[in-house]
Design a protein around this ligand. Structure first.
Ligand SMILES: Nc1ncnc2c1ncn2[C@@H]1O[C@H](COP(=O)(O)OP(=O)(O)OP(=O)(O)O)[C@@H](O)[C@H]1O
Length: 650
């Protein structure tokens, strides 16, 4: 690629991102401002008639307010709503309908910004972005909480591209040049020196991948099919890099992907800091968060003292009636606020500088908390799930080396509201996948021994997607549900792969739910498999709701523990037993979401000991070559069951 083509590629990406941003912002702040409270509430975007029942200092020193329904108006707790933990919200005074539209416009921007940290049936807790002493609303009034669209990630991604475009090609960081084909990729020369591994449990392929990543001069990819110990391999790489006194930035597309690594690094007592809002972090990693580090640092304590002084002066200013005195107090507060900011910044810089490892989301890697720090190595986990523009945020900082880990054969990056034909689907090509396409297999090492699935469960994904490379480790190769404590031996628990063909004779009808009920009944109630070890997954959200209702009425005791979810929510997770409901059974033989091999791959690689597929082979087999192959495989290798035998079994 020459410089001109590089610029064209960037322009195309920026254009696509702008489109994606527009799609995301369909429910934008302007939209929200236009709709009245009632309409927003009906769409699940607002909670009305609230009042602040309590405020306190939460984790990381954040001011938290708890909101409860105004008891004079609402009874029976918080009504159903769509606000989730981690959502960005605005707390606003709720204007009565008699207030004129013009006034409404003026007040739409006012309010307190924050993040939902708990969403219960009686209360909603919001961690505020600023200290509660600076409330810009009258908290004695009735309040509403409105979900706010967030386009900051798009802006940051677009800015990253524009910054890259503004540089002369020769001045670009070398990794960026390789990523865009402006420079060649040279695989590392194998070192003769034997590496001392911290984790001797690593298998040979994992060790090879660690050496490969350490020897690479600029770029190395670790391809980790399901359950192959990608995270374990990355942890070893990070420990080896720390031992070489290198400074590392560890990123991932989501908070959970970053926390997963932070959690596993915890026991090694390496100085590290996790950047990010404490409300969005796993409880187990909060102690490593920047907010907590600030709170307990000497600089942070000083900042706290200044804050207290500000609070005092603020209170005094409210009390005094003397104009001169009040002005003086406000001047003092302004100066203190400035000092507070400077000291806080310095404190953050000190903490980040002292940390060997900094962990943040890809988006956070462009944030001001770490923007002035240099890193030797950037590590990106779950890189197959990151938008290319996201991955470029830390890379544009110019580290000498980047190690990307992921699996481009599982779910791609999520793109807002995309239909099959949308040009936005081009954004599904991650940097990880593009690098493999551009530079070929020499840029990666593929982990091939998996520690999750019974051999029979692993077999089809291995053949269909991983060139038959996967091997089941001896510890899992033949494990069955019946090997679990307190599980008795039945037809179900001794079988790793079962296929209920709801339509073996070629008819159609989307109702295959009888099979689910009988199936979960057989496994959970009769055989002693713990409900928490079972999950039901399906490619369709609508089916999740339908199945939830059925399971709830059929098994009220186990319902809360059996997880029922869409495929997309299960990436990166596992269960002992998975019931996979394929749903599609119709005249037109449409397979919808099932046509995506990557989604299906995620679905079929979640179980450890038992996979039960429920579907209509006639419809499914017509979906794609991959699906046809799978149906043939199941026919030959699975324990086949047909709906009319369900009745006989019960
Ligand atoms: N060399 C090994 N020996 C024994 N167990 C291992 C080894 N490597 C990984 N495991 C185990 O395999 C499981 C999966 O490991 P890990 O979480 O690192 O995999 P992953 O590839 O990141 O998983 P995912 O498919 O969710 O991306 C863990 O329980 C881990 O302890």
């Amino acid at each position: 690629m020459d410089a001109h083509t590089f610029h064209l590629a960037i322009d195309q990406q920026v254009e696509l991102l702008e489109k994606a941003r527009e799609a995301e912002l369909q429910l934008s702040n302007e939209d929200i401002a236009q709709a009245n409270s009632k309409a927003l509430s009906t769409r699940g975007l607002a909670l009305l008639n609230l009042c602040i029942s309590r405020s306190y200092t939460g984790l990381g020193g954040k001011s938290v307010v708890e909101l409860s329904p105004d008891s004079s108006l609402v009874s029976g707790g918080i009504p159903a709503h769509g606000l989730k933990t981690g959502d960005i919200v605005k707390i606003q005074e709720q204007l009565s309908s008699s207030i004129k539209k013009s006034q409404k416009k003026e007040t739409q921007d006012e309010g307190l910004n924050g993040v939902v940290i708990r969403s219960g049936s009686q209360k909603l807790a919001v961690a505020l972005d600023m200290d509660k002493s600076y409330l810009s609303i009258d908290t004695a009034k009735r309040l509403r909480v409105v979900k706010v669209a967030n386009d900051a990630p798009f802006k940051r991604m677009m800015q990253t591209f524009l910054d890259l475009k503004s540089k002369q090609p020769e001045d670009l960081p070398s990794i960026i040049k390789i990523a865009f084909g402006l420079a060649a990729y040279f695989p590392p020369v194998k070192s003769e020196i034997r590496l001392d591994f911290f984790d001797e449990q690593l298998n040979e392929v994992q060790k090879e991948a660690v050496s490969f990543a350490l020897e690479a001069t600029d770029l190395a990819l670790i391809h980790g099919p399901p359950g192959t110990g990608k995270t374990q391999t990355l942890i070893e790489i990070i420990r080896q890099l720390v031992a070489r006194d290198l400074k590392i930035l560890v990123c991932g597309p989501s908070n959970i992907s970053v926390d997963n690594i932070a959690d596993k690094l915890g026991p090694f007592r390496i100085p590290m800091v996790r950047i990010g809002h404490p409300a969005r972090l796993l409880p187990s990693v909060i102690s490593t968060s920047l907010d907590v580090a600030i709170k307990y640092s000497s600089g942070g304590m000083l900042v706290n003292d200044i804050r207290k002084e500000m609070d005092e002066k603020l209170n005094n200013s409210k009390k005094t009636r003397n104009g001169t005195e009040r002005r003086k107090l406000w001047e003092d507060i302004r100066d203190l606020r400035k000092e507070c900011k400077v000291r806080e910044r310095r404190c953050i810089e000190d903490i980040v500088r002292a940390s060997k490892i900094v962990l943040s989301t890809l988006h956070g890697a462009g944030g001001r908390d770490i923007i002035r720090q240099n890193f030797d190595v950037v590590i990106i986990d779950e890189a197959g799930q990151a938008l290319e523009a996201q991955s470029l945020i830390p890379l544009a900082r110019g580290p000498s080396k980047c190690i990307l880990a992921g699996d481009h054969l599982q779910l791609p990056p999520t793109i807002p509201r995309t239909d099959k034909t949308s040009s936005l689907r081009k954004l599904e090509l991650s940097l990880f996948e593009r690098l493999i396409k551009l530079h070929g297999p020499l840029i990666k090492r593929t982990l091939s021994v998996q520690y999750r699935m019974h051999e029979m469960i692993m077999k089809y994904p291995s053949i269909g997607l991983y060139d038959s490379l996967l091997l089941a480790d001896v510890s899992v190769r033949s494990h069955l549900l019946s090997d679990l404590p307190n599980v008795i031996k039945t037809d179900e628990t001794q079988e790793p792969l079962v296929f209920w063909d709801t339509n073996p004779h070629g008819g159609f009808g989307e109702d295959d739910t009888g099979a689910h009920e009988s199936k979960s009944n057989a496994m959970e109630a009769e055989a002693g498999v713990q409900p928490k070890d079972i999950a039901i997954i399906t490619p369709y959200n609508a089916q999740v709701a339908l199945l939830s209702g059925l399971i709830k009425s059929e098994f009220p005791d186990a319902f809360s523990e059996i997880e029922i979810g869409s495929v997309d929510g299960f990436q990166g997770r596992e269960k002992e037993a998975i019931l996979l409901s394929l749903v599609r059974s119709n005249e037109k033989k449409e397979v919808g979401f099932l046509a995506d091999e990557r989604r299906l791959n995620v679905a079929m690689t979640r179980p450890r000991r038992h996979l039960c597929v429920i579907g209509d082979s006639g419809t499914v087999a017509r979906g794609s070559v991959f699906l046809k192959g799978w149906m043939d495989f199941l026919e030959e290798n699975a324990d086949l069951r047909y709906p009319d035998t369900i009745m006989l079994q019960q």
